[in-house]
Design a protein. Structure first.
Length: 455
């Protein structure tokens, strides 16, 4: 039961921010409709456009209901939303009602839906960048640094090993081994920082040193993974045709951003401009920077993440953006991304070939050994108790939507075939679903060992 002392302030805070959240949600609803109208293919009549809006409604409702069911079962909401995306694709709906997927989401409907889903991906990474506290990166101690580096490098190497083994069988034709291996390694090395924070909020670990270590280690590892993913995007075009332009234009973009930071800081601290307007301006700048990053040869979502990471934390605008845009994006945009990932995930292909289930078992085993095992043993070697080491391993093994975003970028770059995409999506789903049960198992078998700060 919620304590009355915490319930009342939360209710007051909700009433205080309700008008702003309503305006932000309404604005995003208008943006969604305008986006769908703007991206409507030529020659599409009112009937097909109504089908487009129907498909969007089905996706949003399915993800919201599945998210609520997941929370009721004690899982993060994202587990239900990922499951809903898979369920409305060929894996479940396509099997129970043949032709339903193509009837609800024909090619003319999927094109604008994918466009809006990419907008959701850009916004998600922009907010994820702003949620990262730069102080955590500067003040990480020796223990946290060692855990984060092992938690990044060990799964990266095991992921690359898996990619080398799977390359002759699961790589798309014409894809080079190096970017393919780096992409798979990056996918296996990330932690879903937003999902991790949500899990910690509802856990007895909230406010402990262990929680701070987990968040900091995940932050450091994810920043490294996104830098690596930018390199992968450059490698797709070859060294001279891809890497050099990406490096040069990235340096130019970063220099340009540093030059406009004083102007941006003045804008964000201006009390003459309402907070909502400043949030809108900041979001527009993030989208513009994402497009410039795409022109530089990177993925637009990576540019949005970098912009969010470098936004000055002044004037409360970063916090206001997260508070106003986060719920609206979660309700209206990210479900379309989950639906796109779900429609690209076909579990029937794994069922038709036993060898593919074998590849899934190998991927899952390497993912668990790399992230869970690597973090746990690194923590133990650095002085933590076994129970606390196991808790850290379980927390950092949470992949969630972050790995799905990495896989979506890899699919956009042409580096992932449908079979491998399905295998890795399923791996991320299982690893994320294991987080709560793994933490509960550690608590059950270590009643005499309280959560403590590692020495």
């Amino acid at each position: 039961m919620m304590d009355i002392d915490t319930a009342v302030p939360r209710a007051r805070a909700f009433r205080a921010f309700a008008p702003e959240m309503f305006i932000a949600t309404a604005a995003f609803g208008i943006l969604l409709i305008v986006s769908l109208v703007w991206t409507r293919p030529a020659g599409v009549g009112p009937v097909l456009f109504a089908q487009l809006l129907l498909g969007v409604t089905v996706v949003i409702v399915a993800c919201r209901l599945a998210g609520r069911a997941a929370v009721w079962l004690g899982q993060p909401r994202v587990i239900g939303e990922i499951a809903a995306g898979i369920a409305i694709g060929p894996s479940l709906l396509g099997q129970l009602w043949p032709g339903a997927v193509d009837a609800l989401f024909p090619d003319q409907v999927r094109s604008p839906m994918n466009w809006v889903a990419h907008l959701g991906m850009v916004l998600f990474l922009f907010l994820a960048g702003m949620e990262i506290d730069p102080k955590l990166l500067r003040r990480s101690g020796r223990f946290t640094t060692s855990v984060s580096q092992v938690g990044f490098l060990f799964p990266l190497l095991l992921g690359m090993l898996f990619a080398v083994l799977a390359y002759p069988y699961l790589a798309p034709p014409g894809v080079q081994l190096l970017p393919f291996a780096l992409l798979v390694g990056a996918a296996m090395s990330v932690t879903a920082l937003p999902v991790l924070v949500v899990i910690l909020r509802g856990s007895p670990l909230r406010g402990t040193a262990l929680a701070a270590i987990a968040v900091t280690a995940a932050t450091i590892a994810d920043v490294q993974a996104w830098i690596l993913l930018a390199l992968v995007a450059g490698l797709v075009g070859g060294f001279a045709g891809g890497v050099l332009p990406v490096v040069g234009l990235t340096v130019a973009l970063m220099a340009g951003l540093m030059l406009v930071r004083p102007w941006l800081r003045a804008l964000l601290t201006s009390q003459a401009i309402p907070l909502l307007i400043r949030v809108v301006i900041l979001t527009g700048c993030a989208v513009a920077f994402a497009e410039l990053a795409a022109l530089a040869g990177m993925h637009a979502a990576i540019g949005a993440f970098v912009f969010g990471l470098l936004v000055p934390r002044v004037g409360g605008v970063a916090e206001g953006s997260i508070r106003l845009l986060g719920p609206a994006a979660a309700v209206l945009l990210m479900p379309l991304f989950f639906a796109g990932s779900g429609m690209a995930t076909d579990l029937t292909k794994l069922g038709a070939a036993g060898a593919l289930w074998g590849w899934f078992a190998v991927a899952l085993a390497l993912a668990l050994v790399g992230k869970y095992g690597g973090v746990a043993f690194a923590s133990r070697a650095a002085g933590a108790s076994w129970p606390n080491s196991a808790r850290l391993g379980a927390l950092l093994n949470c992949r969630g939507m972050t790995e799905l975003v990495v896989l979506g970028i890899g699919r956009d770059l042409g580096l992932l075939a449908p079979e491998l995409f399905t295998i890795l999506v399923l791996t991320a789903f299982v690893c994320t679903a294991m987080t709560w049960p793994a933490l509960a198992a550690v608590d059950r078998f270590s009643l005499s060992d309280p959560v403590a700060s590692p020495r």
